[in-house]
Design a protein around this ligand. Structure first.
Ligand code: ADP
Length: 484
């Protein structure tokens, strides 16, 4: 199944991660600013409360003499905020001496420009501070009260928050991509199942259907639509098969009639030479047409038979003997050597149908004899290796071009006929392949142009007891019915 860079699950995962990442960045930024604002507000509240208390201290000391007021202010300032407080007159001079060295060295904002309360950011001694300035009056004199608090605590909190946010990024990305991938895979697994099921359906098993889950979603509709399409295809293919079978069947009668009539006519000794030649042509051509029809009828019926059926026990050595017996006269007629090699250590017993297997070997032998020039040789061999019996037919004939090899088992396919000048229908190997499949055997070919050809059929040996012929008659019936 496609899992490349363009698979839907990977694209969904990328989208999922992208959206998750964007959301995380927006959320983190919003949280950072909210935290910053909250910390600033909290600093303002602290300084504002301190300022309220300073105002109360100053108001209480209004009637006291200068020294007492100064002492009370200094005590208050030292007790709160590390002495970072000042009281200025509007002309820019201190109303009281600085309560601490830190306050004295602090870079307080310019007093003259202050009209109302102000909360501002100040950098003093290279450190950031928040400063609250509040206008006030004492005994009729206008004053400005100052209080400062360092911002460094806030910055540490903000810094930790940012670091935490960034440290969580790879983990969150990993979790989101793994989660996204798993979710999309889970959601798309039914698509893979539909694809696999659709792939496994061919013209041989068009009656099979894709499993439909009762999920009431797009995937259920897709599976149902595919099944409906398979149904339409199945009935169309059935009609074509039926037509081919019917047409082949119907044509057999007139064809054999024509042939018989021609053969009867040829027996007439008074027949003139021209008519004789014409009748002989009719006999030859109608024989070819009969062979073609027989092949078509076999294949038209072939697709409807099951490949899973158990068969009878057949000794392949017997199959070789019979098929070679049929081939011997043909080989000597064409001056070709027919070699048979069936020396076996153990019998080559397979489950199958004897006459179908003989037909399979005959097709291979007939081809080998057809496509080998005189003086050539054809060798039939039967070997037992492990759990397999391998039947092979080799020749040193014209061979098969590399480009033709993948197609020679197709129906009606013939490699360039001008190379061999041999008549044929192009159906033999398609029938041979079908028979091999019916026996769960593998038919392969090895060949190169002008280098001869070797066809191999590898069968699974039958290891069941010899009385295993029970219940198999019905299958044999199926095969027999499949033959013309
Ligand atoms: P046919 O022999 O009637 O043409 P087949 O289906 O039996 O049809 O074979 C298909 C094609 O495969 C043949 O036309 C031929 O080109 C090629 N072929 C089959 N067997 C051999 C062989 N032994 N040597 C060379 N070519 C072969």
């Amino acid at each position: 199944m496609l899992k490349g860079p363009f698979s839907i699950s990977l694209r969904l995962t990328a989208w999922f991660c992208g959206i998750f990442f964007l959301g995380w960045v927006l959320f983190g930024t919003a949280m950072w600013f909210t935290l910053k604002r909250t910390l600033k507000d909290e600093r303002y509240q602290t300084l504002s409360r301190r300022m309220d208390r300073l105002q109360q201290v100053l108001a209480k000391s209004a009637g006291e003499d200068e020294d007492d007021r100064t002492r009370e202010f200094t005590e208050f300032a030292r007790a709160t905020g590390n002495g970072l407080a000042e009281v200025y007159r509007v002309n820019g001079q201190r109303a009281f001496p600085s309560p601490s060295a830190a306050a004295a060295a602090f870079k307080w904002p310019d007093v003259q420009r202050i009209g109302s309360e102000r909360f501002q950011h100040v950098t003093s001694g290279g450190q950031p501070y928040w400063v609250l300035l509040r206008p006030d009056s004492l005994n009729g004199e206008s004053l400005v009260l100052f209080a400062a608090a360092p911002e460094s605590g806030n910055l540490v909190i903000l810094d930790s928050f940012l670091k935490g946010l960034l440290a969580a990024a790879p983990i969150l990305l990993l979790v989101s991509s793994a989660g996204g991938y798993l979710l999309s895979r889970k959601a798309l697994t039914p698509v893979d199942k539909i694809t696999a099921a659709t792939r496994s359906i061919s013209i041989r098993n068009l009656s099979e259907r894709i499993p439909v889950t009762n999920s009431r979603d797009e995937l259920q509709r897709l599976a149902e639509t595919c099944n409906a399409m398979l149904g339409r295809l199945e009935s169309a293919v059935l009609q074509i098969k039926q037509f081919t079978a019917d047409a082949s069947h119907e044509l057999r009668g007139p064809l054999s009639f024509t042939r018989t009539v021609s053969e009867v006519a040829l027996r007439n000794p008074k027949l003139d030479a021209q008519s004789r030649a014409a009748f002989e042509d009719i006999v030859v051509e109608s024989a070819k047409a009969s062979e073609l029809l027989e092949g078509m009828l076999t294949l038209a019926r072939a697709d409807s038979y099951s490949l899973d059926a158990p068969l009878e026990q057949v000794d392949l050595a017997d199959v070789v003997e019979e098929a070679c017996g049929m081939a011997r006269p043909l080989a000597s007629e064409r001056s070709l050597t027919l070699l048979i090699n069936t020396s076996l250590a153990s019998p080559a017993i397979v489950l199958g149908d004897f006459s179908s297997l003989r037909r399979l070997l005959w097709i291979l032998l007939d081809n080998a004899l057809k496509y080998t020039n005189t003086p050539g040789s054809v060798e039939v061999s039967l070997r037992v290796t492990g759990a397999k019996a391998v039947l092979s037919v080799s020749d040193n004939g014209i061979g098969i071009a590399e480009a033709d090899l993948p197609r020679i088992f197709d129906r009606f396919y013939r490699a360039d006929p001008s190379r061999s000048q041999v008549e044929g229908s192009g159906l033999g190997l398609a029938i041979a392949k079908w028979i091999a499949e019916l026996h769960h055997a593998e038919l392969t070919v090895a060949s190169a142009e002008h280098m001869g050809a070797t066809f191999r059929v590898a069968f699974q040996l039958d290891d069941s007891p010899s009385d295993g012929q029970r219940d198999r008659a019905s299958v044999r019936d199926g095969l027999v019915r499949a033959k013309p």
